[in-house]
Every structure is written in C-alpha cells, then in structure tokens.
Design a protein around this ligand. Structure first.
Ligand SMILES: Nc1ncnc2c1ncn2[C@@H]1O[C@H](COP(=O)(O)OP(=O)(O)OP(=O)(O)O)[C@@H](O)[C@H]1O
Length: 283
C-alpha cells in the first residue's frame, strides 16, 4: 500500500513583533524562526509519521530552503520525488504581533512551476493506492494528477478557490473546513459531485457525509498550544489509515486524534505526531 502527496513545499520565515508595521515603517523583531511548511509538505510528513509508505511529488528551488525541505521530508520517512526549479523555493513571510494578529506574504516560487507531469511522475501517480492533493500548486496540475490516478483520490480543497467540475468528478473523498465548504457552495451541492465529503469543524471535530448519511465525529478536548497545521495533520493521518484499508469513519476518528495531539504542541511540522503517539493518546 502507498500514499502519494502531490503538492507544495514552503519555508515559513516567522518574525515576532510588538505590532504589524504600517506601510513604509520598520519595526524591530522580538524573535525569528524558520520552519518547513506548505500544505503538501506538511500532509506528506503527517502521512509518513502515521506509518504510511509515502512519496511527495513537488518542486523546490536549487537553494538552501529547498535542501532544508528535502531533509525535513526524508527525516520523517517521506520518499521525495522532487523537481529542482530555477525559481526559488516557496516562502511564507509571516509577521506575528504580540496580540496574535498576523500579516503573511506568500511567494509560490517553485511550487508554481509544478506543471505538465513527466512520464515518470504520471507513473508514480498511477501506481499510488491513495493520491492526496491540495490547492497550493497550479490547478491544472491538481486536475491532471486526479485524472491520472487509478487509486483513491483525496482532495483537501485548501486554500479555497473555485473548482472545475472535471476535477471534482475525479475526486473520491473531499476534505474541507467549514469556511471552505461554504465557499464551495455547501455540503449538499458538493455531494452532487463527490461521493464522500469530510467537513472539519476545529475543536468540534468533523462531519462525514456519504450519500444520505451524516456522521459526526467529535473533537478531542485538549489544552490548545498552537492550531497551525491541524488541518494538514488531519488530512495526512486520514489517508494513512485509508491506505491501510480502514473504512472512512475509523480513519476520521484516527485523524481527529492525530490533529488533537498536534494542537497540543507548538509549530506545524514539529507538532505532527508519530503513529506511536497517536495510538498511545487514549491509553
Ligand atoms: N482546538 C482543537 N482541539 C482539538 N482538536 C482540534 C482543535 N482544532 C482543530 N482540531 C482538529 O483538527 C481538525 C482540523 O481543524 P480545522 O477544522 O480547524 O481545520 P483547518 O481550518 O484546515 O485547520 P488549520 O488551518 O488551523 O490547519 C479538526 O477536525 C479537529 O479534529
């Protein structure tokens, strides 16, 4: 069994400030850190740490940030199938104010060059048992991968944007948060096109929609430290369980536990739990 994640990799450059600077203004940072990020990178990491045999297909620059992402992926057990672009590795410049307010500038960089899959890339897509996609790479590539897949196609439609019908028709399972669900026309409209839908509800957990059935999976109460990447942990863990042959409901319960562990810890990638940590959570 195997999971292929086709998606983005970014390096997050995070500066803490007293307040967000106004245009033209310079403020001094009170702390700085860089982290591996991007939804594709995070979700591949989550799937691999949950024990799935995971490959990541993406595009990084020939630069220190790209090498950093590759190291982060391989350290988590992900097999990288990564192009080297002449564009720089994607970055997110994140400014976080003391009150929690933030201002973010994203440069897609190499992620935007992940177009026109090569024969080897199409073969990897076709051979995967589960293909997991998000929307931080060109939409045409997401659609191309969804159509080339022969296994289960899971789309996390984030960040939200209008989706072509032929993409949705290739999706077996759609995962969205409640804002994305609303932006895409609501659960009922989506279920006209996709057979299975999971809507995540933050601390409340998630709802599974399949045909006429609606199943609520409650969130697990935890002391919240940092919710960054909770959605990515949820998606990666969910596909790891699906890939083992588990049904959707137990897979969503497993993902809810994994995401709860991650919100109890700081950061995105550092907070993503291993299989052992997820299994131990209830003991
Ligand atoms: N405060 C919380 N307590 C427990 N679990 C949480 C909490 N917040 C999120 N989760 C878990 O993470 C899952 C995804 O969270 P959410 O619905 O906020 O998605 P998201 O908006 O994509 O997340 P993010 O953008 O913060 O990564 C939820 O379904 C839930 O299982």
């Amino acid at each position: 069994m195997s999971v292929l994640v086709v998606g983005s990799g970014n390096v997050d450059l995070v500066s803490r400030v007293e307040r967000i600077p106004a245009p033209g203004e310079t403020v001094l940072s009170t702390g700085f850190a860089t982290h591996a990020g991007g939804k594709g990178n995070n979700q591949a990491t989550a799937a691999a740490r949950a024990n799935a045999h995971t490959t990541f297909l993406g595009s990084f620059g020939d630069d220190d940030n790209g090498r950093r992402l590759l190291t982060s992926l391989t350290d988590s057990g992900v097999r990288p199938l990564v192009r080297t672009s002449t564009e720089p590795t994607g970055t997110a410049l994140i400014t976080v104010a003391a009150g929690g307010e933030n201002a973010i500038v994203v440069n897609a960089g190499a992620n935007a060059t992940l177009t026109d899959l090569t024969d080897a890339e199409r073969t990897a897509v076709a051979e995967a048992d589960v293909v997991l996609l998000q929307l931080e790479i060109p939409l045409a590539t997401v659609t191309e991968a969804a159509k080339a897949a022969t296994g289960t196609v899971v789309l996390n439609a984030a960040p939200a944007r209008p989706l072509p019908r032929d993409l949705l028709e290739s999706v077996d399972l759609l995962i969205v948060n409640e804002h994305e669900a609303a932006q895409l026309g609501g659960a009922e409209a989506l279920l006209d096109v996709v057979p299975r839908l999971v809507v995540t509800l933050g601390a409340q957990g998630a709802v599974i929609h399949t045909g006429d059935t609606r199943t609520e999976v409650p969130g697990i109460p935890v002391q919240v430290v940092d919710t960054t990447g909770a959605g990515d942990t949820f998606c990666g863990a969910l596909v790891a369980r699906l890939d083992e042959g588990a049904a959707l409901e137990p897979s969503v319960r497993f993902a809810t536990t994994a995401a709860a562990v991650s919100v109890g810890r700081a950061g995105a990638v550092p907070a993503i739990p291993t299989r052992e940590e997820i299994d131990d959570f209830h003991r």
